[in-house]
Design a protein around this ligand. Structure first.
Ligand code: DGL
Length: 266
């Protein structure tokens, strides 16, 4: 039993979709969330830069005595998971392995689509992780960079979002994928729109839910869980623009966010 908090970090606000899944699955666990709002977006940045930022955040979280770290950001997982695991004395969980596992289990035809930021898609990390689980899988990957600003504007169901989604997803539809991995923190908020564009028979995979399950298993295996009577605390920190984090973040987490600490890194 261990009441230390779980560290969760993202390039900004989007990782709150993962935090929400962790709160729901592990209601006795305390958390510290760090959103790198000063340096978001990570999607178009080089792997080296994303790794450097991610290591800085890891060290900040370790300084807060976290017992595990969840990389909620797909781009950061794609570029920095290995580096963080090497540098960390506590377990580090990324979102790509869990999402890939869920997709490999869900698909019937073996044709899987993956959407994410430019960096995540260029890394090929989802394709590798899926094919390691299912060698015959045909993985179609597509970068959808405009989805992040659309979601941050709250345009979840705006006609412009639908037009852009139709364009981005056309090759995946034409490729006949039966499963689509939402490989970016922001995309779960577009679920109804994406389901409509892809058609009702396509399974949408939300990495956030799968990641919280993997985290629960990792804590269980290492006897790191908080006791069932623990009263959790949730602390939020950002590197800039605390007011916007609270305003937009409330949409991601489905409830009002308490004040966040401002921690300028770098
Ligand atoms: N959090 C990022 C991800 O999941 C999306 C936003 C960004 O580009 O930083 O890939």
């Amino acid at each position: 039993m261990n009441t230390a908090p779980i560290g969760i970090f993202d390039s900004g606000i989007g990782g709150l979709t993962v935090a929400r899944a962790v709160f729901e699955r592990l209601p006795h666990e305390s958390t510290i969330y760090f959103g790198d709002t000063a340096r978001v977006p990570y999607g178009p940045k080089s792997p080296e830069t994303v790794r450097r930022y991610s290591l800085e955040i890891l060290h900040w979280l370790l300084g807060r005595d976290v017992k595990a770290v969840v990389i909620a950001c797909n781009t950061s997982t794609a570029h920095a998971l290995m580096a963080l695991r090497e540098a960390s004395p506590v377990p580090v969980i990324g979102v790509i392995g869990p999402g890939a596992r869920a997709a490999a289990t869900a698909t019937r035809s073996g044709r899987i689509g993956v959407i994410g930021t430019a960096g995540t898609i260029a890394s090929g990390a989802y394709g590798r992780a899926i094919r390691a689980l299912r060698a015959d899988a045909i993985v179609e990957e597509r970068a959808c960079p405009l989805f992040v600003p659309l979601v941050e504007e709250g345009w979840f169901d705006h006609p412009a979002a639908e037009l852009i989604a139709c364009d981005y997803l056309e090759p995946l539809r034409a490729g006949g994928v039966d499963t689509l991995v939402l490989g970016c923190t922001h995309y779960p908020l577009l679920k109804p729109l994406l389901q409509r564009v892809m058609g009702p028979e396509v399974r949408l995979i939300d990495s956030a839910e799968e990641t919280s399950r993997t985290l629960a298993d990792a804590l269980g295996e290492r006897a790191l869980e908080a006791p069932a009577d623990a009263v959790p605390t949730h602390h939020f920190a950002v590197s800039d623009d605390e007011a916007r984090f609270r305003a937009v973040g409330s949409r991601f987490i489905g409830e009002r966010l308490s004040a966040a600490e401002v921690v300028p890194l770098g």
